[in-house]
Design a protein around this ligand. Sequence first.
Ligand SMILES: Nc1ncnc2c1ncn2[C@@H]1O[C@H](COP(=O)(O)OP(=O)(O)O)[C@@H](O)[C@H]1O
Ligand SMILES: [Mg+2]
Length: 253
Amino acid sequence: MKVIAVYSTKGGVGKTTAAVNLAWEASRDFRVLLWDLDPQGAATYLLNVKPKVKGGVEALVAKKASLGSAIRRTTFARLDVLPADASYSALDLVLDHAKNSTGRVRAALDTVRSDYDVVLLDCPPGSSLVAENAVSAADLVVLPIVPSPLSLRSVDQVHEFVASSEGKPPLLAFLSMVDRRKALHRDAVISLPRAVAGMTNIVVPGTVLIEKMGIERRPIGVYAPNTAAAHAFAELWVRIQSTAKARQRKPKN
Ligand SMILES: Nc1ncnc2c1ncn2[C@@H]1O[C@H](COP(=O)(O)OP(=O)(O)O)[C@@H](O)[C@H]1O
Ligand SMILES: [Mg+2]
């Protein structure tokens, strides 16, 4: 089972959008679980799943309830969701009071290790304990970067955060919400892949087609497959797999 965390310290950069589309891409070949770790429940909503966790997330991380009982099927074969509800807003406090406070997500995932090939973690923004849990459970961290000065600042923060985590997973970044009419964005497409470690040349365009996911409540690959945006997520999924494989070949030090 490979665990991929979609993470940034910054909100509104396309994490949930990427998590949902990557999960769907992965589910074409693998058994996939998307764990919505954000109390806003956007990933849950986008995949048309009920935001209800019996007993709340506290029961899940305390292992009082099985992860399996909270997991919901989607309308897509091989794609399941562990939904978020309001109880997730207290998750940081719950973790703070728990033993092994940074390893609870990994421990919970261990219980479904044989059921899934790929797990996507849709992280809330910030550098909370929830994020620490997600990053330390991850084999790979995926980071969307919007080419704005504030978003670029967050890239260093994310690098530091991941480097100081227990597993120090590799980072794969891509450009998100790119508007080629803006000079700043065009420059970023050229300069960032050279300047940022782990940066791919994959560009997800800013497009109303992606915004429409909120109405469609389906991945873009389903309702607009032959578009640059859908292709970008497909390409990103291919890149994630090759990065994960390369990492496997290297002995851990
Ligand atoms: N490439 C894109 N083009 C246009 N809108 C986008 C794109 N990616 C995300 N959005 C929109 O921006 C908002 C924030 O995206 P989201 O994926 O929820 O970000 P995050 O999870 O980082 O907060 C959502 O309304 C989403 O529909
Ligand atoms: Mg989100």
